[in-house]
Write a protein that binds this ligand. Structure first.
Ligand code: ADP
Ligand code: ADP
Length: 226
């Protein structure tokens, strides 16, 4: 059963813009998948629909077989989302940010404490667990966003342009954390407009342009074509 299955997904915004023109796509469990495309291609719209922030105009979305439209809550429980904008409290410490986030999702405190240690270590932030977040570097703040999203134990982690506008050193630190998340069994899907990022991280990818998937397959096969 695919981790994510999209069938003939369409989105027409109220403005008349047709952002997705029938996208059919399937991502296998355990994959590290990139959706690569230029600005305006429809990447954010697609991620917005899968993460329930945007309503599709038509089409189907299934998360591990669960229909997003019919069983939204059950599907959303399997998804972790890393938003582009940093939206945690800068006057809290990373450890508290993670434990409180888990609490919001009903995870028992004792479990959340164990999980927070694991996620902070995976994100190379364990030594910053008790540092006020406003004092973290840009790269640390971004890795904290990944650690936080992992607190609910999602089977599918989704990131929309996670490294947009950051320098290569910050990007590499995030890549390392994402590789570890994927190695532990979580399916990862990210959007990017950097071929280099897709190439470095992903096993499979789809190229989207003008609201349509124009290529899809293993990274290696697509690189050979370019
Ligand atoms: P719905 O999801 O109900 O169809 P829309 O997403 O179409 O609603 O509308 C959301 C708002 O974003 C609208 O007010 C629209 O004017 C605005 N908007 C229009 N064009 C853009 C754009 N290119 N990027 C971001 N927001 C836009
Ligand atoms: P990408 O993430 O690949 O840059 P988007 O999904 O943001 O692409 O945008 C796809 C198309 O939809 C663009 O033409 C964009 O201007 C338009 N668009 C995005 N969001 C909205 C919105 N809320 N309302 C109207 N048009 C939008």
């Amino acid at each position: 059963m695919p981790a994510l299955e999209l069938h003939e997904l369409r989105k027409i915004y109220a403005t008349g813009v047709e952002a997705l023109k029938g996208v059919t796509l399937s991502v296998q469990p355990g994959d590290f998948f990139a959706l690569l495309g230029p600005n305006g291609a429809g990447k954010s719209t697609l991620i917005g629909i899968v993460s329930s922030l945007v309503n599709a105009s038509s089409g189907e979305v299934r998360v591990f077989g669960v229909d997003l439209h019919a069983q939204r809550a059950a599907a959303m429980r399997m998804i972790g989302l890393v938003p582009q904008e940093m939206n945690f409290n800068l006057f809290e410490k990373p450890f508290d940010i993670l434990v409180n986030y888990a609490g919001f999702y009903g995870i028992p405190r004792a479990e959340a404490i164990v999980c927070a240690e694991q996620e902070l270590k995976r994100a190379q932030l364990w030594d910053k667990a008790q540092t006020m977040s406003r004092n973290l570097s840009g790269g640390m703040k971004r890795r904290l966003m990944i650690a936080r999203a992992m607190m609910t134990r999602p089977r599918l982690l989704i990131l929309d342009e996670p490294t947009a506008g950051v320098d290569i050193e910050i990007r590499r630190g995030m890549w390392r954390t994402l590789r570890e998340v994927n190695a532990a069994g979580t399916t990862v899907i990210l959007t990017t407009h950097y071929l280099e990022e897709a190439e470095s991280l992903c096993r499979n990818l789809a190229i989207i342009d003008g609201g349509r998937i124009i290529e899809q397959g293993p990274m290696k096969a697509l690189l050979a074509k370019l």
